[in-house]
Write a protein that binds this ligand. Structure first.
Ligand code: ZN
Length: 359
């Protein structure tokens, strides 16, 4: 079973899109005997010791980055303009604690300001504010103080200031960036679970940068790894707060989610039936999702080269794209188990299903 400390370290690491370095450091610390390689986009590849170029490769994807911000200007009052890196709603940002990286790599705490009710116009009271009204306040009173005393410049990355917590009474994790540090942890744990297996495929990890700004890293990882099959791990948004049980497709504590369709891809049926079969024989609870919107790195990976069958497994996470998320450690462990057992169930006849010649 996974050491919760891995998820804790990944969740706490700051990693706005384009600034994934500290998440990479955590992965390198926990990679064991896997070989690692980084590229210019800050994608991180994890190769098993027994990689064999003559075998087909299955790529395990997750993205390293989390939704954050970047400093866009510094005004005369010492307030920082912020530009979104990934999608936020203003009401999840206002009056929340963030931290911004200075030129020495230190993190300075700040609050995104909130307009006191005293100053709201009647229109703002009815309709709320917009992202344009949001500024980060680090407690400085001038532009000079921000730049000279705090060492903060335009272009500095900003992430939520949140510390991971774990409740072992019900195996519930509370922290930031479960989208997609749970996926990163699942890639590492699945690779380790299969390390000593004799498989007809290579299993390669590809931790992608910049997913939250448009699936950019995975465009390149897929090209480099050039897989025959892939699994995408996600901290998928839980809908049990927003929907009644009968409509819910991502209830926390009810097992990994298999995604059949979203706006980025339609799943491969053969891959899904293998996972379904494994979930039955191994008694792993699963949930099925057909999403109206949303998207994952599968959107890029399944169209790579001549096409790649992709299985998307999600760990339901409550309150995605906010500071504080809940997720079940049991769901996480079931996700790793489902992935590892599905890969073990792959044989030649399964691999032959995807490319067929007819006489
Ligand atoms: Zn996301």
């Amino acid at each position: 079973m996974t050491d919760i400390k891995l998820i804790e370290a990944l969740s706490n690491a700051p990693g706005a899109p384009g600034f994934e370095d500290e998440v990479i450091d955590v992965v390198l610390k926990h990679k064991g005997s896997l070989k690692a390689k980084k590229d210019s986009l800050k994608n991180l590849y994890l190769y098993p010791k027994n990689y064999d170029a003559s075998k087909p490769t299955i790529m395990l994807d997750a993205h390293l980055d989390e939704v954050g911000f970047i400093v866009s200007y510094i005004d005369q009052n010492g307030l920082l303009g912020i530009e979104m890196l990934g999608r936020w709603e203003w009401y999840n940002v206002s009056a929340h604690l963030f931290k911004v990286r200075n030129r020495n790599g230190q993190y300075i705490k700040g609050i995104v300001g909130s307009k006191p009710p005293h100053f709201l116009t009647p229109e703002e009271q009815d309709n709320g504010l917009t992202m344009k009204d949001m500024k980060l306040d680090i407690g400085a009173t001038s532009r000079e103080e921000v730049m000279d005393t705090f060492g903060i410049e335009v272009g500095a990355p900003i992430v939520p200031d949140v510390t991971f917590d774990y409740n072992d009474k019900n195996q519930t994790m509370l922290g930031k960036a479960f989208d997609n540090r749970l996926g990163c942890a699942a890639v590492i744990e699945t690779l380790k679970a299969l390390e000593n297996e004799d498989l007809p495929v290579n299993v390669v990890g590809a931790l992608a940068a910049q997913e939250e700004v448009g699936l950019r890293g995975a465009t390149v990882t897929a090209r480099r790894v050039d897989p025959q099959l892939a699994i995408v791990f996600e901290g998928t948004p839980s809908d049990d707060y927003a929907k009644p049980v009968e409509l819910s497709q991502a209830r926390m504590g009810h097992g990994p989610q298999i995604r059949h369709k979203d706006s980025s891809y339609i799943a491969n049926e053969d891959w899904i039936s293998l996972a379904n079969k494994v979930s039955k024989t191994q008694s792993i609870p699963i949930q099925h999702a057909v999403r109206e919107g949303g998207g994952t790195n599968a959107g890029r990976i399944h169209l790579n080269n001549l096409g790649v069958p992709v299985l998307v497994l999600g760990v339901p996470s409550r309150y995605a794209h906010t500071h504080h998320l809940f997720a079940s450690f049991e769901d996480f462990n079931h996700t790793v188990q489902l992935a590892a057992e599905s890969i073990k169930a792959i044989d030649q006849s399964f691999l032959d299903k995807f490319e067929v010649d007819f006489d």
